[in-house]
Write a protein that binds this ligand. Sequence first.
Ligand code: ADP
Ligand code: MG
Ligand code: MG
Length: 868
Amino acid sequence: AKYVYDFTEGNRNLKDLLGGKGANLAEMTNLGLPVPPGFTITTEACRHYLSAGSVPDGLDREVAGHLAALESRMGRKLGQADDPLLVSVRSGAKFSMPGMMETVLNIGLNDESVHGLAKQAGGNDRFAWDSYRRLIQMFGKTVLGIDGDLFEDALDALKGRRPDTGLDAGELQRLVETYKGIVREQTGREFPTDPREQMRLAVMAVFDSWNAPRAILYRRQERIPADLGTAVNIMAMVFGNYGDDSGTGVAFTRDPGSGRQGIYGDYLQNAQGEDVVAGIRNTIPLEDLERIDPPSYDQLVSIMETLENHYRDLCDIEFTIERGTLWMLQTRVGKRTAAAAFRIATQLVDQGLITMDEAVTRVTGDQLAQLMFPRFDHGAEKKKIARGMNASPGAAVGKVVFSSERAVELAGRGEDVILVRRETNPDDLAGMIAARGILTSRGGKTSHAAVVARGMGKTCVCGAEELEVLTAERRFSAPGGVVVSEGDVISIDGTTGEVFLGEVPVVDSAVVEYFEGAEPDDELVKAVDRVMRHADGARRLGVRANADTPEDAARARRFGAQGIGLCRTEHMFLGERRRLVEELVLATTDEERQVALDALEPLQKADFVGIFQAMNGHPVTIRLIDPPLHEFLPDLVDLSVKAATHEATGKDRRLLAAVKRLHEQNPMLGLRGVRLGLVIPGLFAMQVRAIAQAAAEVPGARPEIMIPLVAAVQELESVREEAVQILAEEGVAALIGTMIEVPRAALTAAQIAEAAEFFSFGTNDLTQMVWGFSRDDVESAFFSRYLDLGIFGVSPFETLDREGVGRLIEIAVAEGRSARPDLHLGICGEHGGDPDSVHFCHEAGLDYVSCSPFRIPVARLEAGRAAL
Ligand code: ADP
Ligand code: MG
Ligand code: MG
């Protein structure tokens, strides 16, 4: 393999191999921009080094060859005593990880070449010693692993109140001696003075910095795969630290906050590299360079224009001016806020630089989601007390409550509450709905609290393990002796996972108001509007909602849902209706059972009427009851306690017996879904009849009946037969289909399609069963370890696992369609609103995705992007 590329050999499309920095340095070189010469060691070499523990064969020889070429081009040798070439050794991965990895400047200096450098600079001793002390400082910290504060403290002690530029040559020379002493003390060895040795060690340190803790953390946060590795760029040094005629700066071609075009940046005279961002001295606004060095300024402005037209996007750059000569040291398509992303995309269309198609691909569903959440005011003062997982974004403020009942009670009085629990369970639903936000001390991003909160678009921080929640005492404690009692106000940030004491002011999202129907008035909302219209025009995938109530259904419609892809019926059995479910379970004769079913039927029917009305002629896929029966029955422990007391009634005792009988070790693999329908006579029939009668009442209603947890066509056939008969009796037409959420169903899709008019992939259960891990328990137990080990880059419950779960879906799609060409195909797991999973669904040829109402705009946008 070729492990080293000269800047003249690469281009911007080689980011996988050369990293973003290397690819773009090559691109600028080939555009004829002033880039100091250099070369890039590939990410492949890094991957080899990280896995094998040594550099690949041949790398040293290639590097030596490229270094020799660089030396002959520059007319001086690396670290040459009388006239040294110096280089920087810079990290640069495929995805920008700003400041997360290492870079070492001024490689090649030692006790001899420092004099040569001074001579080269026309007797500028100060500059030469400043460069040398910088080398030891950076090298000491990043390559030798010495605590950087030791160097900082020595510098501070020497300069006192003066800025670093106030040190003269003699003082800097003394500082070099001090620094060398620190190296000796900390490592037991002398600072390495051989230039090639310096370079070799620096290259390996850059490789190693791929696995620095902060780099790992950043990758996790940004979902950058852990196995890419970094490239290493070796580049001739240019010097912004000669004096006031030199300097270094960073700039954007437009404002990354607003998107406005112009000159945005910071400049620092007589400085090198990281000084600008490190904040060692106050920078000046880039405009002031126009006064200091007009020719360099004009050249910079013109280069920025060239870059923007070339990349057709906002670019950010690093540059250095060495005694009146401008050098470009880095560029990349710049990061921007979510709001700027939409603004810039449409501005570039208006400038004729990109098409609307491209504009849609320039923004992401995640950015849109960010624009939809209310936010805490950034400027506000806050007291942070803990941090958990950012389970469901948004900003929520309210009084702390510790039970669902209390949440409902206070919310009923118009108070904002935050429901705080160790973890939530289905019985907390009412309280979760009533609360502004949910905070738990246990559980991961797919814990009950997190999943439900995301579904509702409700702010949630989960797994804040520093908190000790004492539910019975109605208080929780946080580190540092903070105690928060019921009624105290806290603020939680579901976007960052932070928990604050007291009220942090929030600001509303104009983008949500727009989706709710407000006219687009400000510039950002107009940009969102244009992008969304174009995405809708481009997408092939339909977008439906997961919604179980008329209110959710109505919001889903406003947000653009073309139907309901998953209407769960289980909540229709909770609350008051529990009593009827209990009777159903206790029934010993057909008559008793029928009494209970007859009581449930009109209630169910009324639920469906509301939803059909809200959906106004759009299809509604209703899933017959799915969860294990015991979820609708009283708790075994509570019942046992009660049965042991005198108050227990005969019914209590019979219930206890029933609950004991139905108790399962593994309820998620137990009596649920279609199995329940087959075991409790009349249950599914009652639901189908309620659906049919509701549909008959609402003109244009389009019910689709979905049978959950089918694994064998025989299960489906027997339910289907009964359903078809009921529909005929009621004179209502409805599609009958099934969820595909058990691996066996996917593998026998051709058979199942004979009895199903549609498939909906239930990817939550399918993922759970394909991987064989329980989604209720797994996240806190070992997911973080799995993420660390790179077994997966992101939880398969968050983003669909293409290789495993995706493969099963592909099999089911192909087999299902071959058996029934007009088979309608959708997905209704949490993945339906996840950007990457939406792209998978497009590629797999599904007809629609279904997701929670709040994710619908995201799914619409991503479906559009997938099609472009
Ligand atoms: P990061 O990725 O953290 O920005 P860089 O590799 O870009 O790290 O380098 C850190 C700083 O050093 C930047 O300001 C960069 O412009 C500067 N720098 C890097 N190489 C050189 C060089 N050859 N000459 C002068 N300055 C350099
Ligand atoms: Mg940089
Ligand atoms: Mg399921």
